[in-house]
Design a protein around this ligand. Structure first.
Ligand code: HEC
Length: 160
């Protein structure tokens, strides 16, 4: 049932997309398809390569998993529930919480500056990781996003 819905959704998205995107498929570097099961639908094309997601797994395990969980699933049952000290817990980044409302530029900002600016607990990674490591970490947790979430993120200008 779920798969059928995703198929239908993917199909509709494919219809709505300009031919431009299809021709862009020949540029295999920028439009790669990490999922092997579904092919030929535009919604499975992601901005990152498999390689970036693999590198990201290492970056994430070393720097982020301790708070966000190994599979970016978060470590608390309710990420909206403030902790005793009034701060928010690290949310899941796997598409089940709020991270997908942010374009990459904002995700990078959070990673660079951490949460200090708004009383948050996340440390800043501006000086800890280089640009490609930060992007790889984003690729890693976005790889957990369903095609549906990814398509919604793209519609709000996510990869900008
Ligand atoms: C010490 C714990 C900790 C570590 C380590 C950590 N984070 Fe966070 N992260 C948080 C917390 C807490 C928040 C919620 C905002 C806040 O309070 O700062 C957050 C928020 C975020 C958000 C915003 C999510 C949203 O829904 O808007 C992103 C993206 C993020 N973290 C990515 C990362 C990445 C990538 C790494 C590793 C490079 C990382 N975090 C490492 C604690 C952490």
């Amino acid at each position: 049932m779920k798969t059928t819905l995703i198929r239908i959704f993917s199909f509709l998205v494919t219809l709505a997309l300009p031919v431009l995107l299809l021709t862009a498929c020949s540029d295999s570097e920028s439009v790669s398809v990490p999922q092997t099961e579904q092919t030929g639908t535009a919604s499975t094309s992601r901005w990152y390569s498999n390689e970036q997601a693999v590198t990201g797994a290492e970056v994430f395990a070393r720097n982020c998993a301790v708070c966000h969980g190994e599979n970016a699933e978060g470590l608390v049952s309710d990420w909206r529930q403030r902790l005793d000290d009034g701060s928010l817990p690290p949310p899941p980044l796997n598409g089940t919480a709020h991270a997908w409302h942010h374009p990459n530029a904002v995700l990078l900002q959070v990673i660079n500056n951490g949460g200090a600016a708004f009383g948050g607990k996340m440390p800043a990674f501006a000086e800890v990781l280089d640009e490609s490591e930060k992007l790889a970490a984003i690729a890693y947790f976005q790889n957990f996003w369903s095609d549906k979430i990814y398509a919604q993120w793209t519609q709000i200008g996510g990869s900008n």
